[in-house]
Every structure is written in structure tokens, then in C-alpha cells.
Design a protein around this ligand. Sequence first.
Ligand SMILES: Cc1cc2nc3c(=O)[nH]c(=O)nc-3n(C[C@H](O)[C@H](O)[C@H](O)COP(=O)(O)OP(=O)(O)OC[C@H]3O[C@@H](n4cnc5c(N)ncnc54)[C@H](O)[C@@H]3O)c2cc1C
Length: 200
Amino acid sequence: MKYDVIIVGGGASGLACALTLVSARGRGWQWAEDRKYLLFDTDSSDLKRAYLKNVPGLDPMEGKELLQKIRSQIEAWGGIDFLQEEVVRVKRIDSLYQVESSSGKVFSADYLVLACGFHRFSVEGLGVEVVENTKSPKPGRVMIRHRDYEVADGLFVVGTLAGLSSHFTSCAGSGVEVAIEILSRFAGKRIVIHDVPEEG
Ligand SMILES: Cc1cc2nc3c(=O)[nH]c(=O)nc-3n(C[C@H](O)[C@H](O)[C@H](O)COP(=O)(O)OP(=O)(O)OC[C@H]3O[C@@H](n4cnc5c(N)ncnc54)[C@H](O)[C@@H]3O)c2cc1C
């Protein structure tokens, strides 16, 4: 099956990317309406161990509750499939990324977003340069070099795997940045998604 965007990782950065992508739907933008998105996740986000007291504007909350809240927000927009499986291999075939999961399922997409966190990067076949994560105070963390989050044509990296500091807000922000970049490419112009209160 072919998707427009496949996101690998459903933690802070991957979910923020997904939420922004789907939030372009239902606005009468022809270029956004029939897009298909797929998110893979192995359910081991660092947020599952966190208790968040320093996320701007958010009352103190367990990280696992925040993950669930964002998932619900995404589901309310619709237009995305979730698969709780590990991505093990990616091949570039012409302009498409062909993604294979641990159970052997194969999907392709025009854009691929790597949001796998900084503990390890074990996806084969991409030929990306995985280096020591210099932003982490702890040894053994990894990151992938990029330019404005883009690693190769249509291949993006976000969150701690992009070398951002390990905080919800900065990782989520990178997911939003990449989603807006991809949506702008769909639209053929720079876009912004802002909502205002309903009147009355
Ligand atoms: C104990 C603890 C306390 C913390 N407290 C705070 C705090 O108070 N404030 C704050 O702002 N931040 C806090 N953080 C940091 C915050 O949780 C991280 O910065 C954030 O979760 C990183 O987001 P990420 O998207 O880079 O990675 P993650 O959220 O870790 O998500 C990565 C996801 O990718 C998935 N994945 C990896 N490889 C694959 C694959 N091949 N296929 C499919 N899925 C894959 C994983 O299962 C995981 O769900 C804390 C972290 C910890 C551990």
C-alpha cells in the first residue's frame, strides 16, 4: 500500500508530526484532503517514564497520559493508520521509500520521517550516518546528521534522533516543523495552520 508520509516512531516528535499533518484536513485545501499517513510505533517512548512539570501551559501530567491525549487528538482528525510494529528495513525505489516491518509487511511512501528516539537506530538499508549524540549528557545516545531536519530527498529526522535536547517541547516542535515543510511541498507554497475560536 502507498502512503504520502510514513512516520517511524510514535513518541513526542512522531506524534506531533502526525497531529500537524492530519490537522490540514477538513479546511477545503484540495492538496491536503486525500493524503494518507501511516505511523509505526513500538510503544517505548521515553515519555512513558516521565512526569511532566515543565511543559509550557500544561498542568503536571504523566508522560503516558500525554501520549494517550495526543493519540486521541490525532484520531479525532482521522486520515492516519497506526501500526504497532517495528520498522526493520527501508529501501529507496525510484522516488519512493519502501518500508518493511518486523512481521514482513511492506508499505511505501513519498516521504519518510524518522522519529525513533536516541537510544539506538536499527533500521537497515537507509545508509544514513548514525553518530554519537552530542546533545545528550548520557553516553551511548545516537543521532543522525541532517540539514534543516532533511537527511536526503524526502527523508527527515526529528526529535532526539535529530540531536534535539531531550525535552517534550523541543522534540514535539521539530515534528511540527517537518510536518509544515511536507505540507508546504504538497501545496506548492508556504502554508501555516492556525485555528481561531468559533463565533457566537
Ligand atoms: C525518566 C524521564 C523523565 C523525563 N522528564 C521530562 C520532563 O520532565 N520534561 C520534558 O520536557 N521531557 C522529559 N523527558 C524527555 C522526553 O520524554 C523526551 O525528550 C521525548 O520523549 C523524546 O521524544 P522523541 O520523539 O525523540 O523520542 P520518544 O518519545 O522516545 O519516541 C520514540 C518512539 O519511537 C519508537 N521506535 C523506535 N524505533 C522504532 C522502529 N524501528 N519502528 C517503530 N517504532 C520505533 C519507540 O517505541 C518510541 O515510542 C523525560 C524522559 C525520561 C526518560
